[in-house]
Design a protein around this ligand. Structure first.
Ligand SMILES: C[S@@+](CC[C@H](N)C(=O)[O-])C[C@H]1O[C@@H](n2cnc3c(N)ncnc32)[C@H](O)[C@@H]1O
Length: 184
């Protein structure tokens, strides 16, 4: 039987993995100074970034393939008395939905390689909308310790992944790439 991303990530969440409630430092560095609007936490797992956005006045949508990740996020949203839009589907399906009728002021993607969606991603942003993307590249130590390279960027790949956007911040260091870019 084929193991899907959903199966794999459901098992990880049930095992207690990937459940930090702390936002990533890059996320805070960028998002703390933005004016709230419509935001998407894409492949957002247990929703730490969507929850932060909702608490800070954003109309926040959390999208992920994992039922278990989304169930954790839903409980956390109820506990915090905030509202999240929840979409249980692949990143490609969410981007198609957003591009059609729900353009976004902000998309955040953390620790998930969505290479097949790089072309579609800018089309889900409004003019002026921001993309914040951070994940591993193949030089990260985790890949010398046995993780599959299929989840890693190539070195330098993120820098040139979104030619339709204007890059405002790019860093790549110790196997992690960070990009902030704006739709014009
Ligand atoms: C390492 S977790 C990161 C979660 C979250 N972005 C964070 O930083 O806390 C990766 C997430 O990507 C999701 N994922 C993997 N492939 C996906 C896909 N094709 N579409 C949507 N979500 C996906 C997994 O279910 C998992 O929740």
């Amino acid at each position: 039987m084929m193991t899907t991303d959903r199966d794999r990530w459901n098992a990880k969440f049930l095992a207690g993995e990937a459940q930090s409630t702390e936002p990533d430092p890059l996320f805070v560095e960028v998002c703390a100074s933005l004016t709230p609007g419509r935001a998407l936490d894409l492949a957002g797992g247990a929703g730490r970034h969507a929850l932060w956005l909702a608490r800070h006045g954003w109309d926040a949508v959390l999208s992920d393939v994992s039922d278990e990740g989304l169930a954790i996020a839903t409980r956390r949203a109820a506990d915090a008395d905030v509202t999240l839009g929840i979409r249980r589907e692949s990143a490609g399906e969410t981007l198609a939905w957003a591009a059609q009728d729900h353009p976004l002021d902000l998309i955040v993607v953390f620790w998930c390689l969505l290479r097949e969606q790089f072309t579609a991603l800018p089309g889900a942003l409004r003019p002026g909308g921001m993309l914040v993307y951070k994940t591993y590249n193949s030089e990260h130590v985790r890949y010398t310790e046995g993780h599959s390279l299929s989840t890693a960027l190539d070195p330098g790949e993120l820098a040139i992944a979104f030619p339709a956007l204007k890059t405002t911040l790019y860093r790549e260091c110790e196997g992690v790439a960070e990009l902030v870019a704006r739709a014009e």
